[in-house]
Write a protein that binds this ligand. Structure first.
Ligand SMILES: [Zn+2]
Length: 236
């Protein structure tokens, strides 16, 4: 498996967008996106360093994503995109818990992040939403950054890293942006702060039927429940 380039990630993300009936540039509502793809998505509290995990049946027919409801909603959206890479494009998907801020990520984790970034924040749409003068000066204003962040429903961190990958901000600017108290700034600009907060606990999206729901309701899903879930999906 090779590292994806930014362009390859963009191309793969268009394919998945089209598969779910979305255009190449519109902002994605992840819950609708997941429903269109027929995936079962469950939000549960997980360990503080965990983001989520994904599984599928051997015939790839049934797909399942678990998201840590303790992470901010912005982060949750990014993790869903990350898991979609494992489910659709990972050459050798292996059940694993995807972690926050992992040092020395392996290629599959790196690719999943690059893919999610492109899926949630299409380059065309980013460019369209930055005023010409800011593009020419290579100086994107805070008002524009917050507009982009809320347009794509991502964390501020995910947004500025994407802008750096697209060479629209410098490494220095990236470091400056990452150090900002962004929740306070967003409030000053009048934005709703729900993206920065946890949420969706115990929410289930998808229609694998009552059987799955009963199982999830009875059992508190922990990170050690892969096998059980996989068996459930295989026996559907
Ligand atoms: Zn992963």
């Amino acid at each position: 498996m090779n590292k994806l380039s930014i362009t390859q990630a963009e191309e793969l993300s268009y394919k998945l967008r089209n598969m779910a009936g979305f255009s190449d540039k519109e902002p994605i509502n992840m819950k609708t996106f997941i429903m269109k793809l027929g995936i079962l998505l469950l939000y549960k509290p997980m360990g503080s360093n965990s983001c989520g995990m994904s599984l599928m049946s051997a015939d790839r027919q049934y797909k399942f994503i678990l998201i840590n409801s303790k992470n901010s909603k912005g982060r949750q959206h990014f993790t869903i995109g990350h898991e979609l890479y494992h489910l659709y494009y990972d050459e050798k998907p292996e059940p694993h818990v995807c972690k926050l801020y992992e040092q020395n990520k392996n290629i599959s984790e790196y690719n999943a992040d690059i893919f999610s970034s492109a899926l949630l924040m299409p380059q065309k749409s980013i460019i369209e939403n930055i005023p010409d003068t800011e593009i020419i000066k290579k100086d994107i204003s805070m008002a524009t950054l917050l507009k982009l962040q809320h347009l794509f429903s991502v964390s501020f961190q995910a947004l500025v890293i994407r802008l750096k990958h697209l060479k629209m901000i410098t490494e220095n600017q990236l470091q400056q942006f990452l150090g900002l108290p962004i929740t306070d700034i967003a409030k000053e600009y009048g934005y709703n702060t729900s993206l920065y907060k946890r949420g969706n606990e115990n929410l289930m999206i998808g229609n694998f039927g009552e059987k799955a729901k009963i199982l999830f309701d009875k059992e508190k899903i922990s990170e050690g429940h892969y096998t059980e879930l996989l068996n459930m999906i295989n026996n559907e």
